[in-house]
Design a protein around this ligand. Structure first.
Ligand SMILES: C[S@@+](CC[C@H](N)C(=O)[O-])C[C@H]1O[C@@H](n2cnc3c(N)ncnc32)[C@H](O)[C@@H]1O
Length: 216
């Protein structure tokens, strides 16, 4: 529910990591640890919208060779510095580029594609294109590990979600003139793109989802 405030944190990248932990009370960390439990040593992994490297660095620590892409150079600078501090600089390549440039990568170049809290910042067309590219870039049987803000499906939680989210959306827009778009139905979105869903985990309010999906 506090995920929209992440736009505020993104505009001050040095506070981003601490802020996320505070806002989600460790929820994002737990979801990312669970997702990265599916990464194997030696695998080639891509982190889309890597930010300060939360997923990319976890995968690198597990022995994967990672490419992290992001449009925000300040976030990437922090990611690079963390990788160096953690002795992981050799395991991750950071690239300043957006999802629109995914077409440059080779077919089946990755065993795993990860993305945390980035899809909610993309337009529906960008999401569609990114998933199309993810299917092309993943080898057959490769995993898409996605965590993001989503809209609860049942009415009670949805009403609560809207009530809590609205003032945060307004505050975020006031501070940054930007907003995020909670994914309407993340598992359905991945199924429509041709992925098979292996596992889905929601938080208590069902407004944050972590999904393990497979490229058939
Ligand atoms: C909320 S942050 C999440 C960062 C990181 N994945 C994490 O979980 O901490 C969203 C990130 O997506 C990046 N982003 C937004 N639009 C993008 C695009 N079109 N292509 C690549 N990255 C993008 C932003 O720059 C930002 O770093």
């Amino acid at each position: 529910m506090t995920y929209v405030l992440m736009k505020v944190l993104e505009s001050a990248p040095s506070r981003y990591d601490k802020g996320i932990r505070l806002l989600t009370r460790g929820g994002v960390d737990a979801a990312y640890d669970w997702l990265c439990g599916h990464v194997q040593p030696g695998q080639r992994a891509l982190d889309i919208g890597c930010g300060t490297g939360a997923l990319a660095l976890r995968a690198a620590r597990l022995g994967a060779d990672v490419v992290g892409i992001d449009v925000n150079p300040q976030m990437l600078a922090l990611a690079r510095a963390q990788a160096e501090r953690q002795g992981l600089a050799e395991k991750v390549t950071w690239q300043e580029k957006g999802v629109a440039e995914l077409g440059e990568e080779a077919d089946a170049a990755f065993d795993v594609i990860m993305s945390g809290l980035c899809f909610s910042e993309l337009t529906p067309d960008e999401r569609h294109y990114t998933l199309e590219q993810a299917r092309r870039l993943l080898r057959s049987g490769g995993l898409l590990l996605l965590a993001d803000e989503t809209r609860p499906r049942d009415v009670g939680r949805r009403v609560l979600h809207v009530l809590i989210r609205l003032p945060l959306v307004l505050l975020t827009y006031f501070l940054t003139q930007t907003t995020t778009h909670a994914l309407p139905d993340a598992p359905a979105m991945l199924r429509e793109a041709g992925f098979e869903i292996d596992e889905v985990r929601f938080n208590r309010l069902h407004d944050f989802v972590a999904i393990v999906a497979r490229n058939p």
